[in-house]
Design a protein around this ligand. Structure first.
Ligand code: GLY
Length: 423
């Protein structure tokens, strides 16, 4: 079999890593210069990565399956293009990807189908948004841009002044372009955050895996929001009862509502939840694997994941066909100083060959330059480990991560700490 994987980060490295042990796969093809990805796949250079150019490159390859990693090509319709050309594809159509690419679409979906979420109103006009938000007060609201914003579209203001500035930036100054021209002002909810991942073929869905991630850049949840600095599974508060309630009240109604909406969702449904005192509520949906969550999902997946990719793409996902290892998992992201704002690239990375084999080192942003592995992004490496306890995973990763070095690197040292207190 010939498989194409679209995307170039740690998420895609982890997908290719998992596929690469499957003997049925003769060739994995990527379009990325990520060194980790290139070690396990054939790299095809492309000069344009707009979806039409990508589609024509893929048609030349004529693969048995395409797996789409990032939300951007999904929301632009890469799956639609490929399916129209009879290329089997894992990942939702652009209509189904609206579950992530339009927060107004997904909020309406939830409100129309009684899927638990917090109340929100939608605005395009600054004065109306200002009056509404002042009537609510900064501490009770969250401001969200409607469209994709690479993790920069959600705001929790710390004062009424900041709240008005955010509205002004989005609605008057166009800070996020079209993505922020329409906004939601949502009631703020409190509780424990968790991300729940289910494969679905639009009808059936898999057993979920629940993961807690760390979005803030610094320890103790200080600093700006990032794509994720590390995560662990399972959450310390997870239970069979909670899982059943999330599946019945949220996951199944979401999949049914998307089908009713003529946009059946096929792929990986990633639901961000807040477990409140009133039960679980949806914060947002994503239409893809998370990053770095994928760097735990792949090692935690029991057996060959190719079968699940094919079952989803062929609309043939069987109940109970996905099994997760009865283990704990944790990963830590190594970044370049300045991330998530301005950072430099091109730092030589040392020590990659010295870390213990039980640690999987996924590459988020690396490239070969002058025969050396160098950093090529804000998030550079993700170290993942699966073991019998979160404590062991933490010890394994934090003892080995010190063997890797590049100039101005940093990582959070508190990943999973809160989960080990009751182990
Ligand atoms: N780690 C968060 C995300 O992938 O959106």
């Amino acid at each position: 079999m010939k498989i194409v994987v679209i995307g170039s980060g740690g998420r895609e490295h982890s997908i290719i890593w998992k596929l690469s042990s499957d003997k049925r796969i003769k060739e994995i093809i990527s379009f990325s210069d990520n060194y980790g990805i290139n070690q396990l796949s054939k790299h095809l250079e492309i000069f344009n990565d707009d979806i039409d150019s990508l589609t024509s490159e893929i048609l030349k390859i004529n693969p048995d399956l395409v797996i789409v990693g990032p939300e951007d090509p999904l929301s632009k319709g890469i799956t639609n293009n490929l399916l129209e050309n009879n290329i089997r594809t894992f990942g939702p159509t652009k209509e189904a990807a609206r579950i992530e690419s339009s927060k107004i679409f997904s909020k309406n979906l939830m409100m129309d189908n009684n899927i638990p979420t917090s109340y929100a109103e939608f605005f395009t006009d600054f004065d109306k948004a200002k009056n509404y938000s002042l009537s609510k007060e900064f501490k009770n609201i969250v401001i969200k841009a409607d469209g994709l914003a690479a993790g920069k579209g959600v705001f929790l203001p710390d004062s009424n002044e900041e709240m008005i500035d955010i509205l002004n930036d989005l609605l008057n100054k166009n800070k996020l372009g079209n993505s922020g021209k329409s906004i939601l002002i949502e009631d703020r909810i409190f509780g424990k955050e968790v991300s729940v991942f289910c494969f679905t073929d639009g009808f059936n869905y898999s057993k979920p895996i629940a993961i807690c991630d760390y979005k803030r850049v610094f320890e103790n949840d200080l600093g700006g929001n990032t794509g994720g600095m590390g995560c662990y599974t399972p959450p310390e508060f997870w239970s069979d009862e909670l899982e059943i309630s999330i599946l019945n009240k949220i996951i199944e109604p979401t999949i049914n509502a998307m089908r009713k909406n003529d946009s059946p969702f096929k792929g990986m449904l990633y639901t961000g939840l807040m477990i409140t005192s009133d039960g679980p509520k949806v914060i947002e949906y994503n239409c893809r694997f998370g990053d770095p969550e994928s760097e735990l999902i792949m090692p935690m997946f029991e057996g060959e994941i190719l079968d699940t990719f094919l079952d989803v793409a062929n609309s043939n996902l069987k109940n109970n066909s996905v099994r997760w290892k009865n283990k704990k998992g944790l990963c830590v992201v190594m970044c370049s100083e300045g991330y998530p704002e301005k950072y430099k690239s091109g730092y030589e990375i040392n020590g990659l060959d010295e870390i213990d084999k039980k640690i999987i080192c996924f590459h988020s942003g690396t490239v070969i330059s002058n025969n050396k592995v160098v950093s090529n992004g804000g998030r550079v490496l993700v170290l993942s480990n699966i073991d019998d306890s979160i404590n062991e995973c933490r010890n394994n990763i934090y003892s080995e991560i010190q063997k890797i070095s590049f100039e101005n690197s940093f990582y959070r040292k508190d990943i999973g700490l809160r989960a080990i207190e009751n182990e």
